[in-house]
Design a protein around this ligand. Structure first.
Ligand SMILES: Cc1cc2nc3c(=O)[nH]c(=O)nc-3n(C[C@H](O)[C@H](O)[C@H](O)COP(=O)(O)O)c2cc1C
Length: 308
């Protein structure tokens, strides 16, 4: 039996409480305050410090389980007390101990208790171990096999790791990996809007199974003059790399950048790469979509000076 501000309750149970009791409860150390209304209702006004877990969402239970600690009491509310009661029943069945605010936030405000629209305390939803980083690139790695047949694959897990180095996480069993270990070279082209379908194709088909994959993507290869790897005629921006290292344990490929080759078709009047012409695409790891990049909206190393 737990005793809490004079209220006795068994573990994994629900107690409906009035505003006065609720206001005391939520200041107790370790209590998890949950607003189970919608994000819109929450934004209009909520009890300070409340975690938003929308009861109406299909994954309410999963969200709650991922966010709330069963060893700590949960104080829950909604608009009128009905949704929170239903939500509390779900959570009690999972082993939580709950206090439900009778009359919800309607009674709370009627009785003069404070609410806030401050979203600094907006609850975050925990997704656990995911690769949800934005933006993620669409890197098209080009290689030759021992016969000089080009291959290409799509990789999102990579980026610049030194002024002359690129690091990408690629699996050992890819045809690309076998190729670059032999040739000690590869190119990395930037995926583009006009070539999105082909970029995706080379990410879902392996050169191990489809030897003419590169040609089937509709692509043509021109050998780099710097390294033994193909430039892809249809992709206007490429980094040409010498293999530094590939570690099968970590799957990290490291390449030394020996040149960057850009088609004149993507250069601006200043002779530099124009991102608006490049129309690079980015991989959205949450929805498995491709997004287009290109609109300038600020000046790096400069706009921040306003706050200095
Ligand atoms: C959007 C997207 C991102 C990908 N990112 C990676 C990655 O970062 N590392 C990796 O090893 N494979 C990644 N892949 C999978 C490879 O591109 C895929 O297995 C490909 O068929 C390998 O081709 P290959 O065997 O001809 O080298 C990705 C695929 C897609 C569609």
């Amino acid at each position: 039996m737990l005793s809490f501000f004079g209220i006795n309750l068994s573990a994994a149970s629900i107690k409906d409480v009035d505003c006065k009791t609720f206001s005391k409860l939520i200041t107790a150390p370790g209590v998890q305050l949950v607003d189970c209304r919608t994000a819109e209702e929450y934004a209009e006004g909520h009890i300070e410090g409340a975690i938003l877990i929308d009861y109406k969402l299909s994954d309410f239970r999963e969200q709650a389980l991922g966010t709330l600690d069963k060893s700590r009491n949960v104080a829950i509310y909604c608009r009128s007390g009905r949704r929170s009661r239903a939500a509390a029943e779900i959570l009690a069945a999972e082993g939580y101990t709950l206090f439900n605010l009778q009359g919800g936030i309607l009674s709370w405000t009627e009785e003069g208790y404070p609410i806030t629209t401050n979203t600094n305390d907006m609850a975050r939803k925990n997704f656990g171990v995911k690769t949800y980083l934005y933006p993620q690139p669409v890197l098209i790695i080009g290689t030759y096999d021992e016969d000089g047949t080009p291959d290409a694959m799509n990789a999102a897990w990579g980026g610049i790791s030194e002024s002359n180095r690129i690091s990408i996480c690629i699996s050992e069993d890819h045809k690309t990996t076998k190729n670059l270990l032999q040739t000690k070279a590869f190119t990395v082209s930037v995926g583009t809007k006009s070539q999105m379908v082909a970029c995706d194709y080379v990410g879902i088909v392996s050169g191990n199974d489809v030897p003419d994959k590169f040609a089937r993507a509709g692509w043509h290869a021109t050998k780099s003059t710097f390294v033994n790897a193909p430039l892809i005629d249809e992709l206007p921006l490429a980094i040409e790399c010498k293999l530094i290292d590939y570690n099968p344990e970590t799957c990290i490929l490291q390449g030394e950048i020996v040149n960057v080759a850009a088609c004149e078709c993507i250069l601006g009047e200043d002779g530099k790469i124009d991102p608006a012409k490049l129309e690079a695409i980015s991989y959205d790891p949450v929805h498995h979509k491709y997004l287009v990049i290109g609109e300038a909206m600020g000046n790096a190393f400069s706009d921040g000076k306003q706050l200095k």
